[in-house]
Design a protein. Structure first.
Length: 305
């Protein structure tokens, strides 16, 4: 009787809530939502009288975008499950902890990929194409390179920069200087953001053999590169004020607000150069997240005022 009571299902305490929480964790819901937010902003910047706002299209972008990001994160965690088990930050994830099997994760990943691509294709073929490129580069290039070379961050910056421009492509059906500028902004943002993460999680990453810093060390050269890429980020962020980025425009007031944001982020980049400690690196990472979020909000507000 006792053996019947302690069934595997009850032992694992599988409930609807636990399944939902594991789904959130394996798809990295927080990251996925922030990525989808970038796509939504890109769409809001892209629609116009020529390309009218369509709520159904925006909803499909949200659903398709979440599916694609979620699938990328699932495949990433399948590949890295043994390495995740070595790191304190990731050892309790659904796969290394055994809460989700590899087979179930694979099925979920493929289902989300299929649904995501299909939904994005219904928006327009180019949106689906860029979505497919993103998931391919993230899973097939960036993920395996993380244990081989610091250039993984450079490779990962490409799929990481696609969401912002994806919204513009979804709104207009085309890729031009406007979408390219949005891509450029988020591309340069990736470097100080991920190098800051690589800095404050250096010891944990080292357990898994991940190479996330450009020199492989928390040194002056890495700090200098973070400063330089922050400069490039600020320059890319104010390009629309110059008037040669097509329909993507930014007023002088908007540009001033973006520059002030950039100075704030640059301050923490210089502080990391001076302090070279994990606490400052973590603060820089948080500042970088705030930077890209506020920048996108400024762009949207600037368009409508």
């Amino acid at each position: 009787m006792h053996s019947i009571k302690n069934t595997p299902l009850e032992a694992k305490n599988i409930t609807l809530k636990s399944v939902f929480l594991d789904f959130k964790e394996i798809t990295k819901a927080g990251l996925a939502i922030s990525v989808v937010f970038s796509s939504v902003v890109g769409y809001l910047l892209g629609f116009s009288e020529k390309y009218p706002f369509n709520f159904v299209t925006l909803l499909m972008l949200v659903i398709g975008g979440y599916c694609m990001v979620g699938a990328s994160n699932i495949f990433n965690q399948i590949i890295e499950r043994d390495l995740d088990a070595k790191m304190d930050r990731t050892k309790n994830r659904p796969l290394p902890s055994g809460r989700i099997s590899v087979n179930n994760a694979l099925v979920l990943g493929f289902v989300l990929t299929f649904v995501g691509l299909l939904v994005l294709y219904f928006i327009n073929p180019k949106t689906a194409m860029f979505g497919a490129i993103s998931i391919f580069m993230y899973v097939s290039l960036y993920t395996p390179l993380k244990t081989l070379t610091p250039l993984s961050v450079f490779v990962g910056a490409f799929p990481g920069a696609i969401p912002f421009m994806l919204g513009w492509v979804a709104a207009t059906g085309g890729f031009g200087i406007e979408a390219g500028t949005l891509f450029l902004i988020q591309f340069f943002w990736q470097f100080p953001h991920f190098w800051a993460i690589g800095w404050f999680l250096y010891d944990d990453y080292e357990k898994a053999g991940f190479f996330m810093l450009p020199t492989g060390k928390r040194d002056n050269k890495t700090a200098v590169q973070i400063i330089l890429y922050t400069f490039w980020l600020i320059i890319a962020s104010v390009l629309p004020v110059l008037g040669f980025t097509g329909k993507l425009e930014l007023s002088i007031i908007g540009a001033v607000a973006v520059v002030l944001l950039g100075i704030w982020m640059l301050y923490w980049a210089f502080k990391l150069y001076r302090e070279k400690d994990a606490a400052t690196a973590k603060k820089l990472m948080l500042v970088s997240v705030t930077y890209i979020t506020l920048l996108q909000i400024i762009y949207v507000i600037d368009k409508f005022i």
